[in-house]
Design a protein around this ligand. Structure first.
Ligand code: ZN
Length: 159
């Protein structure tokens, strides 16, 4: 395990690693940054959500009202996470999506706050993004309830 772990840390693509270390890779995320390094690159709100599993107040993100075509990327590492095509108005006060882009996110079980929820992380940097719920619209029936502060919106070229 120690040898494999060093491969992850040295930045090899996870596809090089075989399925049996996927759980380990989920925890390592191949892009190690120290807490101090994250504090330098993220603002305090982003740090609280992405690195401390925080939740922004509902209705606080300007991305709730974002209706343009484009891509929502991770505020931590820039990985594209969601297309505007999957965004929908959930009425929750958090930006909500029915499906992530392929391999963009990973999930884990979150048993905090006396609930069992599916936590959604960025597959690139492991940053906490929000939670997945089974009450979304078709075709997936899923609702990816995201913290807007963990996302950066990049509009498509208006040309
Ligand atoms: Zn990320």
């Amino acid at each position: 395990m120690r040898v494999r772990r060093s491969y992850v840390v040295s930045g090899f693509s996870r596809t090089v690693l075989c399925g049996d270390v996927r759980v380990n890779a989920t925890l390592q995320f191949g892009m190690p940054k120290t807490e101090d390094e994250w504090k330098e690159t993220l603002n305090p709100d982003q740090f609280y959500v992405l690195r401390k599993h925080g939740t922004e107040p509902p209705g606080s993100s300007a991305l709730n009202a974002e209706k343009r075509h484009g891509t929502f990327k991770c505020a931590g590492c820039g990985q594209p996470l969601f297309s505007s095509d999957s965004k929908f108005e959930s009425g929750t006060g958090w930006p909500s999506f029915s499906a992530p882009l392929g391999h963009a996110v990973e999930t884990s079980t979150d048993r905090s706050l006396f609930m069992t929820r599916i936590e959604v992380h960025c597959a690139g940097c492991g940053g906490h993004l929000g939670h997945e719920f089974p009450d979304g619209p078709p075709p997936t029936g899923k609702r990816y309830c995201m913290n807007g502060v963990a996302l950066k919106f990049e509009p498509e070229d208006q040309a």
